[in-house]
Design a protein around this ligand. Structure first.
Ligand code: ATP
Ligand code: MG
Length: 438
């Protein structure tokens, strides 16, 4: 197969020179070679280095560290090195480069992370996921510019096939099931028939369930970054991959809801949060606090909705929604079919959420209310009164639609805020006097 002459960015040529100086070989491998052959823009540079040191692990790790330090000095970069996996990430001001030492892998048990041993490039290519991702291009002078393709990846690219390299592949690492679907949909390829057979057998035999939730979530996050994410999810559901992993039966409307969200401009974290809300999440799921809270809020939103439907006052809307994360509310508003509820949520986000209180704690202290719980309760009461009195006429029922519409700003609106503030302070005084009598 032909590809356009390679123009390497200066940082890669610099790295090549340093590796060459140390007598090593360096290859472009995996995604970038595949994308080069497909004339597709390659998002990242994956490179493999072979220092020829396969026997003494400690010496190899030292040599790699030394090289990484040299790269960093030259390019003002930082690196993170994972000696266990012989991989490193080089972070430059404007890009990240994934570097690995050529290696072979053994899987102690299905779905566990592999044990890694340095090995020459040819063996490294055989440990990869699919033939199209097992092609290398040597960048050091020893290379002839020809592709190293022991698994016939170029032929599968021509045939538009996703093909595994050995029959144990999906059992060793069931994340490859997710990857096979991702690449097939992304490139509009078929999954080769033998590969499909083995993939379905691995799914049927429950291998995805051996993966930690973290690894599955990583794959789902990767899918959601793709342009054709929803098609990928559809294929994942059709092939029952998540059912095998988590006994997760998606509700029939989940894909159309996700589509709706996407059409309305939802971002990736929104889509992820919406999906999460329907997953059987446990404590084992590695989620950020925001993801967990958003998920929780969305999963329990039906109960809030029932109350929101009946809510007439801005203060009630405020009270119902104030503890829910913004992302959950945005998502709920985007997919909510009931106009009145949708309007109440958007109204809360736009008008209530950040409304400053007209009467503050220091106002109450100044009129002699003692610090403590009572003061807090009074403040809350006053704020609720403020929301219901200032600027809004309350919720009206429009005859035409028979739905409750959001409160509207009245003409008197914010102009009488001073008066309302005075009124609220008066109420505060009365409330304290009453409490004192009691
Ligand atoms: P993308 O365009 O999505 O980055 P990629 O092929 O570069 O695609 P990466 O996830 O960046 O995919 O991985 C880089 C390379 O590492 C792959 O091309 C493949 O050769 C190898 N690889 C990644 N994940 C696996 C896996 N689970 N099993 C075997 N090889 C893998
Ligand atoms: Mg990549």
């Amino acid at each position: 197969m032909d590809f356009k002459p390679l123009s390497l960015p200066p940082v890669i040529t610099g790295i090549v020179r340093i590796v060459q100086h140390h007598g090593g070989r360096i290859f472009l491998v995996g995604g970038p070679v595949r994308d080069l052959l497909l004339n597709r823009v390659c998002p990242d540079w994956d490179i493999a280095i072979d220092l020829g040191e396969y026997q003494t692990r400690a010496r190899l790790e030292d040599k790699l560290r030394h090289l990484l330090r040299q790269f960093c000095q030259k390019f003002n970069a930082r690196f993170v090195f994972h000696p266990h996996f012989l991989t490193a990430t080089l972070t430059l001001p404007e890009q990240q480069i994934d570097i690995c030492h050529t290696r072979e892998e053994t899987y102690p048990r299905p779905a566990l992370l592999p044990l890694v041993k340095p090995a020459p490039l040819e063996r490294d290519l055989f440990r990869r996921d699919f033939t199209m991702n097992a092609i290398a291009l040597e960048l050091t002078a020893r290379g002839t510019g020809a592709l190293i393709d022991p698994c016939n990846g170029q032929q599968d690219i021509k045939l538009r096939l996703v093909r595994i390299i050995h029959p144990q592949s999906f059992i060793d690492d069931p994340t490859r099931i997710f990857r096979a679907i991702r690449f097939a949909v992304r490139l509009d390829y078929e999954i080769e028939s033998g590969t499909l057979y083995l993939m379905r057998a691995a799914i049927k035999n429950g291998y995805p369930a051996l993966l930690t939730p973290e690894r599955i979530l990583y794959e789902i996050r990767c899918i959601l970054k793709e342009r054709t994410a929803l098609k990928m999810l559809e294929a994942l559901i059709k092939e029952k991959v998540l059912q095998s992993a988590w006994q997760w039966q998606p509700s029939p409307e989940i894909l159309s809801r996700l589509q709706l969200l996407q059409n309305q401009g939802a971002d990736l974290p929104d889509l992820f949060a919406y999906l999460l809300a329907s997953f059987p999440v446990t404590e084992k799921f590695s989620l950020t606090r925001e993801e967990r809270e958003t998920r929780q809020a969305l999963a329990n939103f039906n109960a809030v909705k029932r109350k929101l439907r009946l809510a007439k006052r801005p203060s009630t809307i405020y009270h119902l929604l104030k503890n829910l994360p913004d992302r959950a509310l945005r998502i709920a508003a985007l997919i909510e079919p009931d106009t009145a509820i949708r309007e109440k949520i958007t109204y809360y986000l736009a008008n209530l959420k950040n409304r400053p209180a007209l009467v503050t704690a220091s106002d109450l202290l100044r009129i002699g209310i003692k610090p403590g719980r009572k003061l807090g309760t009074i403040l809350q009461k006053l704020f609720a009164l403020q929301l219901d009195r200032t600027s809004y006429a309350g919720i009206r029922t429009t005859r035409k639609t028979k739905t409750r519409s959001v409160p509207e700003r009245t003409a008197a609106g914010s102009s009488n805020e001073d008066e309302i503030r005075k009124e609220l302070l008066g109420i505060a005084r009365r409330l304290t006097r009453q409490k004192e009598k009691n």
